[in-house]
Design a protein around this ligand. Structure first.
Ligand SMILES: [Zn+2]
Length: 118
């Protein structure tokens, strides 16, 4: 386990990132302006595409938010920084880059190799 001061440091970063993400998601969820003027069909299609892009961006952010939420829960439970796959301690170096990490360096690498081989 990490010392309390380091845990508090990660907690602070996680909470900060969490509120930032929430704001970004809120902004993305605002529906694009759909006027009653349907004459410009092409423009409509562009808006549709933009909306889909926004939705997928919002989805990515929501996934990250969920990771952050579970990291914050794990801090409370005293299980923060433990790899969800192999149960090893995730190095502080990784957590400093991505405090919501659920996997250790080895498992992350393996997961990445799997994706690349698809
Ligand atoms: Zn692992």
């Amino acid at each position: 386990m990490f010392p309390v001061n380091i845990l508090n440091y990660f907690k602070l970063i996680l909470e900060k990132t969490r509120s930032l993400l929430k704001e970004q998601i809120k902004r993305l969820n605002i529906m694009p302006d759909r006027g009653i003027d349907r004459a410009a069909m092409e423009e409509e299609a562009d808006q549709e595409e933009e909306f889909v892009n926004q939705q997928s961006a919002a989805h990515t952010l929501k996934e990250r938010l969920a990771d952050i939420d579970s990291s914050l829960v794990n801090i409370k439970k005293g299980k923060y920084g433990i790899c969800s796959k192999c149960g090893k301690q995730i190095s502080a170096k990784i957590l400093k880059i991505a405090p919501e990490s659920k996997l250790c360096q080895d498992c992350k690498k393996k997961a990445r190799e799997k994706t690349n081989n698809r």
